[in-house]
Design a binder for this molecule. Structure first.
Ligand code: DC
Length: 226
């Protein structure tokens, strides 16, 4: 066992992973690694180079070359900012287009290979919370604590919809958000490489009827710390 554990939080889009993972990391004083942001960054870089998300080999090259310039820093408000060189691309990777784009590029084995070492390096010493889809199954199968956070598609779509509205997106509808959530679920769970699924030894956490504080408390109560 590592001196400080690796905590893996996996689950589908909109299950509340980002907020829960951030709060768990804050409470424990651990580093937070948002692996979805890495796939989103690849989708943004592909868009900028006019490479279609479906072109696996080309997007794989983009992912490999992105490693030289991609970095994560803590912003003044405590949030993690995603940088390309010195450019802060954090808001640009959080659009509905980049959500679906990230889901599409993440199905390519070359893209997953490129990001795997980045993710393993970020977590290997422990004292870290990693959130994603395959942390407990592929990235750190030996993580000391694994959680699979989920909620019904309707609950997840409602949360996403409220987030997008709060960000000022007046055109988005609930039906469109639900359709996007269902499409991402199907893509993320149906792909051949590292599909979204709970690790056999993961604790399932259904956040449909738990609020954020309850979910965080549930997780903290199950993390054994040295
Ligand atoms: O967690 P997120 O919504 O930011 O993730 C965006 C997409 O990236 C998600 O739909 C699938 C992909 N992803 C992945 O395949 N593996 C991960 N560990 C994290 C994200």
């Amino acid at each position: 066992m590592r001196a400080r554990p690796i905590i893996a939080i996996d689950g589908p889009a909109g299950a509340g992973k980002s907020t829960v993972a951030r709060l768990v990391a804050e409470k424990l004083g651990y580093v937070l690694v948002d692996t979805g942001a890495m796939y989103r960054a690849v989708a943004l870089a592909a868009t900028r180079r006019s490479v279609p998300f479906e072109s696996g080999v080309e997007v794989g090259e983009i992912a490999r070359s992105l490693l030289a310039t991609l970095s994560f820093v803590r912003g003044e408000d405590g949030s993690v900012r995603v940088l390309f060189g010195s450019e802060d691309v954090s808001p640009l990777i959080r659009t509905p287009e980049m959500s679906l784009g990230a889901s599409t590029v993440s199905a390519h084995p070359d893209v997953r290979d490129a990001l795997l070492s980045l993710q393993r390096n970020a977590g290997k010493d422990g004292g870290v919370v990693l959130e994603g889809r395959d942390i407990g199954t592929v990235v750190f199968p030996d993580a000391e604590a694994k959680f699979f956070l989920t909620a019904t598609p309707e609950v997840r779509a409602q949360r996403r919809f409220e987030e997008l509205r709060a960000k000022g997106d007046a055109t988005i509808t609930f039906d469109q958000t639900l359709a996007d959530v269902q499409k991402r679920d199907a893509q993320d769970s149906g792909r051949a490489v590292a599909p979204l699924r709970p690790a056999d030894d993961a604790t399932l956490v259904d956040s449909s009827s738990m609020n954020i504080e309850e979910t965080v408390a549930f997780i903290l109560a199950r993390v054994k710390r040295p």
